[in-house]
Design a protein around this ligand. Sequence first.
Ligand code: NDP
Length: 328
Amino acid sequence: TRTPVNVTVTGAAGQIGYALLFRIASGQLLGPDTPIRLRLLEIPQAVKAAEGTAMELDDCAFPLLSGIDISDDASVAFDGCNVALLVGARPRTKGMERGDLLEANGGIFGPQGKAINDHAADDVRVLVVGNPANTNALIAQRHAPDVPAERFTAMTRLDHNRALSQLAKKTGVAVSEIRRLTIWGNHSATQYPDVFHAEVAGKNAAEAVNDEQWLADTFIPTVAKRGAAIIEARGASSAASAANAAVDHVHTWVHGTAEGDWTSAGVVSDGSYGVPEGLISSFPVTAKDGRFEIVQGLEINEFSRGRIDASVQELVDERTAVTELGLI
Ligand code: NDP
């Protein structure tokens, strides 16, 4: 039997955590042959709720789940951690300034980065889901100087999946027939879902759609504002789809992308496509042998250029803000 992989989930008692933990424990994150030990991190007042979720996990009798530990101490929760899913974050509340939000999250993601640096396993892989995800990932990464920077990633897979679904509807094909879609930039309203290199049933997607106005006025805003539309309809923010995207992100990272296809992830920029080095920005990425790689050499048209630059500028501004706050 294989040694269990330690999967740490922060904010485990939250909505996304509730949708995520059962998927992980059932084997959907790392595959049907990999036993898992769950390490749940929560703030002290939410530990009891996490214990309740752990009781339900026990009651599923998942064959792959070899144990569950719950802690409010990051150095315990990240001890030996192989995969870290950083879901818990300080949500923006009414009247809160952007600086306050960044500061509150700096207080969470800085210490978590340090705990990962000091206690996680050598092969640790980190996915940040909690918002503002890209900048939270940057803060954590900067507090983990001994961990290769490329192991810190931010989630844009939900945006990617939303874009796949919208494009499939528009063109009348199955999502499985769409390849090479890209989300660029920040996981925020400025993100840019790019269909110009995508293929729909083997045809160029922009040509298949043949409607630039639909792209600009319907597709892009629908994808970018989907989170708000779900809150409006459901009365609560998206949770199961966010959890699903987190599972997809890690599964792809570990198991790879299909030949000829790519996905989207927030990864540390190497300067590609004019994105300043060191920013954690969404790119088209392939995954192979447990590593993401930015797809190189794509031609960026004028329509795309302005949108990518605007979203990247927002990331630059967030980095400046957290630098000025002394958070990185
Ligand atoms: P959720 O589980 O709904 O969301 C968690 C985070 O994921 C939020 O930052 C949320 O951002 C973000 N997120 C990213 N993408 C999406 C998406 N597509 N849809 C919805 N959310 C998305 O939050 P809850 O409040 O239910 O739970 C948070 C838990 O985290 C609580 O149990 C709290 O105690 C815990 N927590 C733990 C910490 C720790 O372990 N140290 C620190 C802080 C909190 P957004 O706010 O923008 O929706």
